[in-house]
Design a protein around this ligand. Structure first.
Ligand code: DAH
Length: 339
């Protein structure tokens, strides 16, 4: 009898299952209701009293080894499942969701879009790599025109010319080529100029272009639109239009807003005048309309263009344009609460 138990002890020690199914069969065979261990226990009464002690020790040894073996094997085959269950503590408090912040340029761009959207302007976009026609020629800037020098261009290819657009006025052309009046659109986007980088200027920045073409659009429509816009964005509606020159508009003007002289900063940024230049504008030159196959006898319109960085810097009192492109989270995170 004892030798049978000892045989089983050896078997338990050397048992090496392939998978969990083998382990389960082993469990049933050894410690199941009709398993070996119960069988040996039930045989106890038949054992001679002189052997009872040794027999009892042997069964207990078998039982202990079997349970130990099963524990080890369960751990081995179940380790992935059980440990993952143990790790998921469903009562643990939710980890705090770190929200990022929007870039100030995006915030101001969207505010401007929203303001014009309310008066019926849609949004249009064009490519940043442009051809000569859309960036210059169609905008009344033919080759060798001296005004091309106003914009230091990054050329990608010469003859035919491909370049990084120097202004979003190129989108005006694309939009007029593809749409019939009435047209009311604003075009935000990035532009590039071969300029030295300093606190006030950068070789790339963002503009928003506006264009309105319809029958009988007049200069006073332009002025009213600008008054509406400056009031909405800056809360100030005192503006002045200074005569200026742009090849694509005639007449052309520079728009100044009366910022006031309430603080030392106001004195500094307005150079003591109280006035700040915020954009260029004018009545679309008839040549530009004709270049886009719009009859300039039937239609007229106005256009304007402004730099988003300049307006962002004004509104948030940012002194150096370069900080807008550094992606320093200590700077960007300050805009967390702005919408
Ligand atoms: N494209 C001009 C620039 O980049 C800005 C501008 C001025 C746009 C007058 C216009 C405009 O549409 O009418 O300097």
């Amino acid at each position: 009898m004892i030798s049978e138990i000892e045989k089983k002890i050896k078997e338990v020690k050397s048992f090496n299952p392939k998978d969990f199914k083998d382990v389960e069969n082993f469990r049933i065979k050894y410690i199941g209701k009709k398993g070996f261990i119960n069988h040996f226990f039930s045989e106890f009464k038949k054992v001679k009293s002189s052997d009872k002690k040794a027999y009892g020790l042997a069964i207990n040894e078998l039982k202990k080894l079997t349970i130990q073996k099963l524990e080890d094997l369960n751990y081995k085959f179940n380790s992935v499942n059980t440990s993952s269950i143990e790790k998921e503590d469903l009562t643990r408090p939710f980890s705090v969701l770190e929200l990022g912040s929007r870039h100030p340029i995006s915030i101001i761009r969207d505010k401007i879009i929203e303001i014009f959207y309310k008066i019926g302007f849609d949004v249009s976009e064009g490519p940043e790599i442009e051809d000569d026609w859309h960036n210059f020629t169609a905008l009344n800037l033919p080759e060798h025109h001296p005004a091309r020098d106003m914009q230091d261009t990054f050329f990608i290819e010469k003859n035919p010319d491909f370049l990084l657009r120097t202004h979003t006025s190129s989108v005006q052309i694309r939009h007029m080529e593809n749409n019939n009046p009435p047209i009311r659109t604003i075009s935000p986007g990035r532009v590039y100029r071969n300029e030295d980088i300093s606190a006030r200027s950068h070789c790339f920045f963002h503009q928003i272009e506006g264009l309105y073409i319809d029958k009988k659009v007049s200069f006073s429509d332009l002025k009213q639109t600008l008054i509406y816009f400056t009031k909405e964005l800056f809360g100030k509606s005192k503006i002045r239009l200074r005569p200026s020159y742009f090849p694509f508009t005639e007449p052309s003007a520079e728009v100044d807003i009366y910022w006031g002289l309430n603080s030392e900063t106001d004195y500094r940024i307005t150079k003591g005048t109280g006035w700040l230049e915020i954009m260029g504008c004018g009545m679309v030159d008839p040549n530009v309309l004709e270049n886009c196959k719009i009859n300039s006898n039937d239609f007229s319109g106005f256009a304007f263009g402004m730099g988003i960085e300049r307006i962002t810097m004004l509104l948030y009192q940012i002194e150096d344009i370069r900080i807008l492109y550094e992606n320093d989270s200590r700077f960007i995170n300050q805009f967390k609460n702005s919408i």
